[in-house]
Design a binder for this molecule. Structure first.
Ligand code: GLC
Length: 588
């Protein structure tokens, strides 16, 4: 184990007009104690997100499907992840790419059948990986049997009480019940036509008009979702990613709140009043009940992971108290600017907050709702993260973005706790940033009339083979969103076995993370390498790994005696860590 002062580093430092060589001892301080070596699987798992529409298409209709996924699962085994999370594959009119569920117990015909799902889950388990499915409890589709029944049954009925129906304001009820907006733009309420043809009540939809919010004060809603949990648990799945976990319970009385809603921006600023639709205390009771359902399935643990865009972190970790969920996405980390001080701060505060409730932290850089980090990090540092990039927007620097993305991932995967990867990031895939408007399908783009570009750019089908139709995504040439020409260069077959490729970097880093038990390690901050560097020691289960991410303009020397294990980019001729590069080294 490393002792303070054991290591020294020599580096060039500005001194008036000149640079001088200084040698300084290094010190550390502990920011997170180690977990036990036999900690439950989810406390250190790396979970890979598959967006079923865009991973692999067996049927040839240009949309991915479950048989397509099953045929390519070996990719994940070779990559070295521990689990797979599937974005929704349930029966759905696809108004929000499946996050509008019409039947929670069946598979959409686009993706296959329940038998296909069973075969896929069996194959994943055979490979020794776990399976996590998406659960969407905040809203259903307007084509769900319950919503149809609610429309038919009329005001005051038990069917309507499962949703958030209200009478409108004004003498004739023609104004919405309050001023809430939809996250996707436009009003958060839609007025219905009653069975007799008259204009009637309004229903709340925090998202698209086709995604009516459920009423979580209704006991039938609670019972139904517990039954849905059991349905999938009985089919052998290992956990759930819980969509919009912070939205289920609304403040009583639905008070006005006319701000624009940006779920993806974490718009809840520290110290500002809590918006009445997000992060209400009552939501935790729901997750305590779900935890009991999951725990009743015994060992190994089945898990819940919260998608909760909640700030500050002290509020966010309330979702992962010991009797609630197991994990929550760390969106603060995803949103951190590419600055060493910001990264050091978010790593430390995330671990402290998670440690305060005994949960592991998680780490994530990309998903199906944000600009891929290989593109995001190619935009100027310090600017607001855009909701999609279109052809008329400033374009990211592709080379710089990839370099930084590789460094960011190498840093992320050195951190203790769970980590989430999004399909295609292991290829260094950039967003599609020049997609013509006519192809766009994100309701955000449609509802804001293009003011917000939205999320299609990160959802484009994955390239597997450079010279095949649709780059090997499926037998057909067409894909549901067009693939940029440049995706061919990133295809899996261009990277497998190629030294220095992003895919091989991910494989190496994941193998070393596993071998060196970094997921359960303790974490120390290593001081003395300079302000523009994130320097950490992951103590593993006894063997230290030094992690140096250099975000500064000058190369950084490693401590004397450090032996490089992996680097996100080439080192300088004299073995220093150049700008926008992360290195793992053995401290022997
Ligand atoms: C979550 C999903 C997003 C979806 C929204 C509404 O944020 O990740 O894709 O549009 O919820 O369900």
């Amino acid at each position: 184990m490393y002792q303070d002062g054991d290591f020294r580093v020599s580096r060039r430092q500005p001194h008036g007009e000149r640079w001088v060589l200084v040698t300084a001892p290094l010190t550390t301080h502990l920011i997170h104690p180690a977990d036990s070596a036999d900690a439950a699987w989810w406390r250190h798992a790396v979970i890979y997100q598959i967006y079923p529409r865009s991973w692999s298409d067996a049927s040839g209709d240009g949309i991915g499907d479950l048989p397509g996924i099953t045929a390519r699962l070996q990719h994940l085994k070779d990559l070295g992840v521990d689990a797979v999370w599937f974005s929704p594959f349930y029966t759905s009119p696809q108004a929000d790419a499946g996050y509008d569920v019409a039947d929670y117990r069946d598979i959409d015909h686009l993706f296959g059948s329940l038998a296909d799902a069973d075969a896929m889950v069996a194959k994943i388990h055979e490979l020794g990986l776990k399976v996590i499915v998406d659960l969407v409890p905040n809203h259903t589709s307007d084509e769900h049997a319950w919503f149809k029944a609610a429309l038919a049954a009329g005001p005051g009925s038990p069917e309507r009480d499962r949703y958030m129906f209200r009478d409108g304001k004004g003498a004739d009820g023609s104004e919405p019940p309050n001023d809430w907006n939809s996250v996707f733009g436009g009003p958060g309420w839609t007025r219905v036509t009653e069975a007799d043809g008259s204009l009637g009540q309004w229903y709340l939809h925090l998202f698209d008009t086709k995604q009516p919010d459920l009423n979580w004060d209704n006991e039938e809603v609670r019972a139904e979702f517990e039954a849905i949990l059991r349905f999938w648990l009985d089919r052998g799945i290992d956990g759930f990613r819980v969509d919009v976990a912070h939205g289920l319970v609304k403040e009583p009385g639905l008070p006005d709140y006319d701000a624009e809603l940006h779920i993806l921006d974490g718009e809840i600023k520290d110290g500002s009043p809590r918006p009445p639709m997000w992060d209400q205390d009552g939501v935790h009771e729901v997750y305590r009940a779900w935890r009991k359902v999951l725990d009743s399935y015994g060992q190994p643990d089945r898990i819940l992971c919260a998608e909760a865009w909640v700030r500050p972190q002290e509020r966010a970790v309330r979702y992962v108290r010991p009797d609630e969920m197991h994990q929550a996405f760390n969106f603060d980390f995803l949103q951190t600017q590419w600055r060493a001080a910001d990264l050091r701060e978010v790593i430390q505060s995330s671990l402290e907050a998670a440690d305060s409730v005994g949960a592991p932290s998680t780490w994530v850089l990309s998903n199906h709702d944000v600009v891929r980090h290989a593109s995001r990090l190619g935009l100027p540092v310090g600017e607001r993260r855009p909701n999609g990039i279109g052809p008329d927007d400033p374009q990211p620097d592709r080379e710089l973005g990839l370099r930084r993305a590789r460094a960011a991932t190498t840093l992320m995967l050195s951190l203790p706790g769970g980590a989430y990867l999004y399909q295609g990031e292991e290829l260094g895939l950039p967003d599609s940033t020049d997609m013509p408007a006519k192809y766009r399908q994100d309701p955000t783009f449609i509802r804001t009339k293009g003011k917000e570009i939205g999320r299609d750019g990160c959802r484009v089908p994955i390239p597997w083979e450079k010279d095949a139709p649709s780059f090997g995504f499926g037998p057909g040439a067409e894909t549901w969103l067009p693939q940029p020409e440049v995706y061919g260069e990133y295809a899996v077959d261009q990277q497998v076995g190629v030294e220095g490729s992003t895919l091989e970097l991910y494989r190496t880093v994941l193998r070393l993370r596993h071998e060196r038990q970094l997921g359960t390690g303790g974490l120390q901050e290593f001081e003395g390498l300079g302000d523009d560097v994130v320097a950490l020691v992951n103590t593993g289960q006894g063997e230290d790994t030094l992690v140096v991410a250099n975000l500064g303009a000058e190369p950084v020397a490693l401590p004397e005696g450090a032996e490089v294990l992996v680097a996100s980019g080439e080192l300088t001729d004299d073995g220093q860590v150049p700008t926008d590069t992360t290195v793992w080294a053995r401290l022997a």
